[in-house]
Design a protein. Sequence first.
Length: 259
Amino acid sequence: MLKTSNLVVGYKNTKATQIILSDVNLSIESGKMIAIIGVNGSGKSTLLRSITGVQTPISGEVLINETNINQLNDKVLASKISLVLTNQHISKNLSVFELISLGRHPYTNWLGINNASDKKIILKAIEEVDLQSLKHKKCNELSDGQLQKVLLARAIAQNTPLIVLDEPTTHLDMYHKAQVLHLLKEVCVKTNKTVIFASHEINLAIQLCDQIILINQTKAVQGSPSALIKNGSFNELFPKDLIEFDPLSKSFRVANKRN
């Protein structure tokens, strides 16, 4: 579904080029839930923006169904990828229903009017994320967890084969982090959509994801959680003086250092 070939991402201007990740070769299949994980500042968001057309890579290719992403206009791209980014401007004066309705924008006429088919898709997205009781509320009345579910419903209503989210569990407590990621997993299973998200929730990602893209220094390694555990990839993610990976529990924990 989505592939990258010799991708180099970072920042480039007339004076200098800053490479964040190099030689990134990913192969992402339909119906999979994939987390991008790494330490702070490792390039998770930069990679997400680069594979979705938001940011131009320094070199290499991003292909969606064998078509270079650069050959797709904005409207076509919006029918392929739904984006939920951090610090995204949201008009909280909109109702839940109105905000989710914006997901149908790529398919409406120039007036942006939703037809009966659009409204059916919107209501189905609301039901899938269990927001029926909130659909007439203003978004400024919602908790962070509720608003995150609304943004997910908007992405579902956009009805694209690929949903991409940047740190969807930020500011949420442990229960709501698990709830949002479980919802994403259900979307994959029920609809065969692909979900890619950047996250710091490494332990949850290991439990729930089909694959993980692990960023360490300037490299990105893709594999199933079990394969990455087996080859020791998680062992090198953090300095071992404080955090260590336990392959038996498949989770990180505070290192038990004895004097």
